[in-house]
Design a binder for this molecule. Structure first.
Ligand code: SF4
Ligand code: SF4
Ligand code: FES
Length: 234
């Protein structure tokens, strides 16, 4: 049977180093299988987070050969096996042990985002076009691979802001607290998304348009000033 070398990070928050393991490669094997082989035969104390092995729970994120990936969706035969395959924890999050990182920052940011609030006095009917639009963002499995390349948090906001029956306006939050203006639409987040959500084109750019419309469009600003002075004189 063919063999590959996995070069896996071993260590914790205080430091560590990579360790090489030789692993037999069976047809159809993914990197997570290889990590399980290591746990089962070579290093039972290797810490690896995973749940579904089906690309749906978002917990097996790591950097494989320098690229953020789900290890359960990364086939061994897609990687060059004449050199060691590096498997490192996500770099942007604090290490806990080996490949397991502390992703709780994402949950703290998530708590800042006000949840869905139904619009009042509207008929509860949604066109299929709007359903499709929001559905793309609902595919997010919270693997945090996009956050690993760039600490932005726009997919969930987009799912709420573009919901036709949501009554809240999160443009101020996007501008002042979530750093929408810092995004330079380079699409690195989109490139690593295992769900193929078009984060930049379909979430970020429409959100930027909303913020620009609301805070920087001179006509809207004039309208607001005019409305404000009228309201004062009433
Ligand atoms: S498009 Fe680039 S800058 Fe914007 S959130 Fe994605 S990775 Fe970050
Ligand atoms: S948008 Fe994509 S990369 Fe980001 S957390 Fe969701 S599924 Fe993962
Ligand atoms: S184990 Fe669930 S996404 Fe990889």
């Amino acid at each position: 049977m063919a063999e590959a070398t996995l070069r896996v990070f071993r260590g914790d928050s205080s430091g560590g180093q990579t360790v090489d393991y030789r692993v037999p490669v069976a047809p159809g094997m993914v990197v997570l299988d290889a990590l399980h082989y290591i746990q089962g035969h070579l290093a039972p104390d290797l810490a690896v987070r995973w749940n579904c092995k089906a690309g749906k729970c978002g917990s097996c994120s790591a950097e494989v050969n320098g690229r953020p990936r789900l290890t359960c969706k990364t086939r061994m035969d897609d990687l060059p096996q004449d050199q060691p395959i590096t498997v490192l924890p996500m770099k942007s999050f604090p290490r806990i042990k080996d490949l397991v990182t502390d992703v709780s920052w994402n949950y703290r940011v998530n708590r800042k985002i006000p949840p869905f609030e139904p619009r009042k006095g509207v008929e509860w009917r949604i066109s299929q076009l709007d359903v499709d639009r929001v559905q793309e963002f609902r595919k997010c499995i919270e693997c945090f691979l996009c956050q690993n390349v760039c600490p932005r948090f726009f997919v969930r906001v987009a799912g709420l802001e573009m919901h036709p029956l949501d009554g809240l306006n999160r443009a101020g939050l996007l501008k002042d607290q979530l750093g929408l203006g810092y995004c330079n639409i380079t699409k690195c987040c989109t490139e690593v998304c295992p769900e193929e959500i078009r984060i930049t084109d379909n979430a970020i750019i429409p959100l930027k348009e909303r913020v620009v419309d609301q805070f920087y469009d001179p006509l809207t600003m004039l309208f607001r000033v005019f409305r404000g002075s009228k309201e004062k004189s009433l």
